[in-house]
Write a protein that binds this ligand. Structure first.
Ligand code: PLP
Length: 397
């Protein structure tokens, strides 16, 4: 089976239609480029929604997966898993002192963070019905707890009753968090940059203000770095730009360079709230995903990838600002590292589709924000090539 129409026909017949899919079927990728079943080439400015930060077919990742597949794909968490322990050490060394729990996705990582915060609050502070403060326009996942944490009606609608224990406040404002906190508040959970929420960048003052407030009140600071973590903003974790340390950080997306994996890292004292039996997963932290994770993290920290991300991120940001000067319908340019958004005064999804037709993959979030998440290995020439296509499409508006 290889024909595009045949594949789309099968998908429409047999898959639950919970996605608005575009009529392209990709077959292979290399670096920042993808090819579809009809041989057409695309430049990828989306990285599988922030997953393929090393692009496609990154040699050391491919090798690690091949070698691990020949030895051991899965073994249960009833046993010690060498790759899991090694990956945890690697990540802790890039971040802060603490302990990790591995799972399979971003939502699961946030689910683990929420469970850990509730357990910690019961054991440490005797709070039985704890409240977690999250932000409007946030996105934390699609499980029941994480969609409840997500401050967007459109994600929650139809799935009521939601979980109790969540309060929402505007993003990027410490005072509203102070005002909303009560004696039952156990945690504040935010993204350092709201990705799905339209690339809203949390200021360093916001993050340090939250840290200070949470520390004063004995409230946990949970940072959701599922999209911003593992190098996306030019530091291993985005919160490192602000010089703050959370109590729990969640991660996923780029961690396995394309192999599903998620995780949380929690400060030792907080992590200690989980004891054997508190939380578990069958697949989480299996040898294959962790072998991919080790290769991905090593490439990220040893291969000059973070430096390239910072350089190319600044360059992409400058080029986008130039486009804003050219087109008055671009209201704002926001971003950091290689996570950027162009806020338009109009609907953006047709523009994203026109870019796709011309061989550039981007997406549109919050209806009017064009989002750019290219692989962190992107070259200057590729940035130029992508922006030429974008400029051409925008000029037709
Ligand atoms: N948190 C953030 C910040 C995200 O961007 C996402 C996905 O886009 C998630 C959580 C959910 O991750 P997953 O789709 O792997 O469950």
């Amino acid at each position: 089976m290889s024909g595009k129409e045949e594949i789309i026909g099968l998908a429409q017949q047999y898959l639950i239609s919970s996605y608005n899919r575009l009529a392209v079927v990709f077959e292979k990728g290399q670096g920042c480029r993808l090819w579809d079943t009809e041989g057409k080439e695309y430049l990828d400015f989306l990285s599988g929604l922030g997953v393929n930060s090393l692009g496609y077919a990154y040699p050391s990742v491919v090798k690690a997966i091949q070698e691990q597949a020949e030895k051991l794909l899965h073994i249960s968490n009833l046993f010690y898993i060498a790759q899991q322990a090694k990956l945890a050490e690697l990540i802790v060394r890039q971040a802060f002192c603490g302990k990790m729990f591995f799972c399979n996705s971003g939502a699961e990582a946030n689910e683990a963070a929420i469970k850990l915060a509730r357990m910690y609050a019961k054991k440490k502070r005797g709070i039985q019905a704890g409240e977690i403060i999250t932000a409007f326009r946030s996105f934390h996942g699609r499980t029941m707890a994480t969609l409840t944490a997500t401050g967007q009606d459109k994600i929650q609608k139809g799935f009521e009753p939601l979980l109790p224990g969540f309060t929402y406040v505007p993003f990027n404002d410490v005072q509203v968090v102070r005002n909303a906190a009560t004696d039952s508040t156990i945690a504040v959970m935010v993204e350092p940059i709201q990705g799905e929420g339209g690339v809203q960048v949390g200021t360093p003052e916001y993050l340090s203000g939250l840290r200070e407030f949470c520390t004063q009140r004995g409230i946990l600071l949970i940072l959701d770095e599922v999209q911003t973590g593992i190098g996306r903003t030019g530091r291993f974790f985005c919160h490192q730009h602000a010089g703050v340390e959370p109590d729990i950080v969640s991660m996923a997306k780029a961690l396995g360079a394309g192999v599903p994996i998620g995780a949380i890292l929690a400060r030792d004292e907080v992590a200690g709230a989980f004891v054997p039996g508190s939380h578990a997963t069958t697949f989480g932290g299996n040898p294959l995903s962790c072998a991919a994770g080790i290769a991905a993290v090593e490439a990220m920290i040893q291969g000059g990838v973070l430096e390239n991300c910072r350089k190319m991120g600044d360059y992409l940001g400058e080029r986008l600002l130039r486009l804003q000067q050219k087109y008055s319908f671009i209201k704002e340019v926001r971003g950091k590292g290689l996570l950027w958004g162009l806020e338009l005064d109009r609907e953006g999804s047709q523009i994203a589709q026109d870019c796709l037709a011309e061989g550039l993959i981007i997406n549109c979030t919050m209806n009017s924000v064009l989002r750019f998440l290219p692989p962190l290995i992107i070259s200057r020439e590729e940035v130029d090539r992508g922006l030429l296509i974008l400029d051409r499409v925008l000029s037709r508006q």
